[in-house]
Ligand binder design. Structure first.
Ligand SMILES: N[C@@H](CCC(=O)N[C@@H](CS)C(=O)NCC(=O)O)C(=O)O
Length: 238
């Protein structure tokens, strides 16, 4: 049994999709991220970096419970534990790891900044908006180009690189990012969306989002400042 701590954001949806794909039973525990719960002592005992997702595998290595944070580490852990969605060795494995890492270090953080500066920046600056929009679109085009040559990001087979990337690409229109002309990316997105695990994940995500709406709506200005590191929580460079 896996305990998953999270919300309805793409970094957590990756893990739901993975758990649905590998068929491992899990329990979902909502974390009130908009109300500072990630900074509390109980959550920091799970992840000292104060971010979701986190899993606790009740049947971890040696039969003992084991905690994993960082979505890339979680996907790798679950793939290796079950022998699914990550080739065991060779070029195919490194192909998957490259495209997984691009999601973790490129697409995820850059889309995150794009969302921040287009939705949450109090005094919006054209410079930041343009910088992160440009980088988000550039990354979309990198994926589209890759998918004109291979059916899946890692190559011939569906893998954790696809699982990590799909929840962000599923939201392109909602994020007001361009899809026109990105035919290979859209073909890949449809293929993943039609997987039964992705259908189950979409339904589960809606439930989680609806259950979290009240908590999000109750966020105070101070809660938002804490989450975004601004106001009385901002640090200055020396
Ligand atoms: N690199 C981390 C990023 C996790 C992350 O940014 N989580 C967001 C939700 S998608 C979060 O916990 N935000 C709350 C905060 O930053 O205080 C991962 O891939 O797991």
């Amino acid at each position: 049994m896996i305990d998953l701590y999270g919300m309805s954001s793409p970094n957590v949806v990756k893990i739901i999709l993975m758990l649905e794909e590998i068929g491992t039973p899990y329990r979902f525990h909502p974390i009130e991220v908009w109300r500072k719960e990630q900074f509390g002592e109980a959550f920091r005992a799970l992840n000292p970096n104060s971010k979701v997702p986190v899993i606790v595998d009740q049947d971890g290595p040696g039969g003992e419970p084991y905690t994993v944070f960082e979505s890339g580490a979680i996907l790798t852990y679950l793939a290796e534990k079950t022998g699914q969605l990550l080739p065991a060795a060779g070029r195919a494995r490194y192909d998957v790891l490259q495209w997984l890492t691009l999601q973790l270090t490129g697409l995820g953080p850059m889309f995150g900044q794009y969302v921040h500066f287009t939705r949450f920046e109090p005094n919006a600056s054209d410079y930041a908006r343009s910088r992160y929009t440009t980088e988000a679109v550039r990354l979309i085009d990198v994926l589209n180009e890759r998918l004109t040559h291979v059916p899946y990001l890692g190559g011939d087979a569906y893998s954790i690189a696809d699982v990590a990337t799909y929840p962000w690409i599923a939201r392109l229109e909602a994020l007001k990012l361009p899809v026109d002309g990105r035919d290979a990316l859209l073909r890949w997105r449809d293929t993943v969306a039609n997987r039964p695990a992705a259908t189950r994940t979409a339904l589960r995500t809606i439930e989680i989002q609806q259950a979290g709406d009240a908590s999000r709506a109750a966020a105070t200005a101070d809660d938002l400042d804490r989450m975004f590191g601004r106001g009385r929580y901002a640090h200055q460079a020396s």
